[in-house]
Design a protein around this ligand. Structure first.
Ligand code: HEM
Length: 410
């Protein structure tokens, strides 16, 4: 425990805490001690080990937040780039690298100097909070490359997603140039990270759309259930071998070790679903609601058997079920979706809720093939509408001493 942590550990009340930090009452100007910094150093939570003390590495072969076991919260933001100056954009990624390293380890993005007439460098809302397994994942769209005159570096598989049957995309949730996915077991930690990263880059970017989401993790061992009450993520690969096969790009270009992120903001019509019989709900997926097992099987992770027939010779997994249509493509993706709930839809008076569908794959074609097969046929389409969309190239992991996306700019 550091000196600062010990100091905090002595259960002090909030007023005393603020006084010591120099922000109590008139302390906003100069603290009693004369120190004017908002926080020279971040003070972590009292129960440093127990509550959110676990910290995930920022540096590594691949970016974190992709095969990292899911955290409880996501704050997802898509940015528009307003600079065509490569040097400026490189500096932005260098700054983000520096900030990210600190954020994931629960430090302030920058320690304050002595001048209280300046705004604090760090916005401060995570002081007292641990890192809560924060991960930050960065990606760029095809439009980003075009804006910077880097079209020649665009891998051939990297193009905007095509229009899919039944798409009802809204401009508000579609497009953009840069994605930042912040995941953490604490909502405020995830939000704080995005807020401070965006704040640092205000000269070059504006926010296009964002989405906060949550996952029902329980004891973290079970597959989280989505808002239809079904376990979501069961069929995902679990081994390094499978990740290599499905997720990580292995070409010779700057995307080696990276992956493509497909994101869809999918509205789910909960009121309609809640009027649907259990039998019909299960037929929609081809899985049992309680256990998550595929039809004809017992356990959640038992292999889905598309060839199974009942006594009458009918397929056990319905021909229009979501799982059959996704699986029969023979193609795999890695899904890491979060539920969202954004209040009430003004027009319908119903919940504005759904799934921030996020999948990672080494080639966008994997997602496209599956989405095309779900197309008009998927029984699930009666209960959902895709309203937002994006495709982003998520860089390979960052090595210490390098910066996010370095291979692209070299
Ligand atoms: C709100 C929209 C969606 C919901 C509620 C949903 C829900 C589910 C559920 C409950 C399962 C079965 C359990 C599992 O393996 O995870 C599943 C499987 C799957 N879903 Fe979705 N899903 C949605 C959208 C999508 C989209 C847009 C795609 C891709 C284009 C997709 C691709 C898959 C795949 C590949 C599987 C695994 C099939 C298998 O091999 O068994 N899903 N989904």
């Amino acid at each position: 425990m550091t000196k600062d942590e010990k100091w905090f550990d002595k259960k002090m009340d909030r007023r005393e805490f603020l006084k010591k930090a120099g922000i109590g009452g008139a302390g906003l100007a100069l603290g009693a001690s004369g120190a004017s910094a908002f926080f020279a150093k971040k003070v972590m939570g009292e129960s440093a080990k127990a509550d959110g003390g676990e910290e995930l590495a920022f540096y590594g072969e691949h970016q974190a937040g992709i095969v990292t076991p899911m955290q409880k919260n996501v704050y997802f933001v898509v940015l528009d780039l307003h600079s065509t100056d490569k040097a400026e954009v490189i500096q932005m990624f260098k700054d983000w690298t520096d900030y990210s390293e600190k954020l994931v380890s629960g430090q302030l993005v920058k320690e304050d100097g002595a001048n209280s007439y300046l705004p604090p460098f760090d916005t401060g809302e995570t002081v007292g909070l641990n890192p809560h397994r924060l991960t930050l994942t960065f990606g760029i769209s095809p439009a980003f490359l075009t804006k910077l005159g880097l079209d020649s570096k665009k891998p051939k598989e990297f193009r905007d997603l095509p229009v899919f049957p039944r798409d009802q995309l809204k401009e508000t949730y579609t497009g953009g140039d840069i994605v930042i996915q912040a995941c953490a077991d604490d909502e405020q930690v995830a939000f704080h990270a995005v807020r401070n990263l965006v704040r640092k880059a205000r000269h070059a970017v504006t926010m296009k759309w964002s989405q906060a989401g949550f996952a029902a993790l329980g004891n973290r061992k079970e597959t989280p259930r989505n808002l239809f009450g079904f376990k979501d993520g069961t069929a995902n690969g679990k081994t390094e071998e499978e990740f290599k096969e499905v997720i990580w790009c292995d070409g010779a270009d700057w995307m080696r070790g990276g992956t493509y992120m497909a994101v869809r903001r999918i509205q789910m019509f909960l009121e309609t679903w809640d009027r649907t019989s259990l039998k019909e709900q299960e037929n929609t997926f081809g899985r049992y609601k309680e256990s998550g097992a595929a039809f004809g099987q017992k356990d959640e992770f038992d292999e889905v058997d598309l060839d199974l027939k009942d006594d009458k010779g009918e397929p056990v997994v319905p021909v229009d079920s979501h799982v059959r249509l996704a699986k029969e493509t023979g193609v795999e993706i890695y899904r890491r979706a979060y539920s969202y709930s954004d209040g009430i839809d003004e027009k319908t008076g119903q919940f504005d809720s759904g799934l921030l569908f996020i999948s990672f794959q080494k080639d966008p074609e994997q997602f496209i093939t599956i989405q095309n097969n779900l197309g008009n046929v998927d029984k699930l389409n009666e209960y959902i509408t895709h309203v937002g969309s994006g495709l982003f190239a998520c860089f390979a992991g960052v090595k210490k001493g390098e910066y996010i996306g370095q291979a692209l700019f070299e």
